[in-house]
Design a protein around this ligand. Sequence first.
Ligand code: 1GP
Length: 254
Amino acid sequence: PFNQDRPKSQQHITGRKHFAVLLDPDNLTEASCLNIIALSEQHPVDFFFVGGSLITTQNQAGIIRLLKEHSQSPVILFPSNSQHIDSQADGILLLSLISGRNPDFLIGQHVISAPALKASGLAVYPTGYMLVDTGLQTTASYMSGTTPIPYNKPTIAACTAMAGELLGLQYVYLDGGSGAQKPVSAEMVAAVREAVELPLIVGGGINTVEKAAETLGAGADVIVIGNHIEKNPGFLAEVSSLVASYNVALDVRR
Ligand code: 1GP
């Protein structure tokens, strides 16, 4: 089983940009969810992520049902623990919290959920999840009991992503945390982009078109926006156009 060929680079990066809207079941009513879905019909969204670091309501299944009934965009679970598996969705980010040193979120929850995941039929996306310190402590950092990567240490982020890639993870998610005071820096996004050949997902605190553009320009393949669209659904249209403009420019260059 151990031949001597060096593994080929995974070459996942296409240059195409993607837009994911994160829906936190605690923050949405049925009406606000339907409004976001209606907007996404006119202003395309590539994926809906569903989840949150601490879910206190029983709304998740209903939100996924609405999405599946009214939208063609894939629904991908963004779970905080093993309880959040729902086979109505299309896929799940199987997050290993590689920025932290809490074994429960590196492997423990995965062991608990493996039989249900195998049986669920969900597409499973093994993801190196990296929390970044963007100021105030976020729910994700507190709930996971982990220290996030310091904001001004892009080299730590790059080495962590490299380790995740070498371990065989297939995606990297760089997250400032939901409602972060500021997004992950362009320097850190660029350092991670340079370090690995995996698709790079970036989210947390993106609440202006300028911040979204900076994140995409620094090398994010997927940007994730939650809070600001929940508060101001019109932002969905602005980000959708921004992402489309990157992809049109890419097509013109080809
Ligand atoms: C959080 O990356 C997501 O995990 C999105 O963050 O809610 O701040 O957009 P926001």
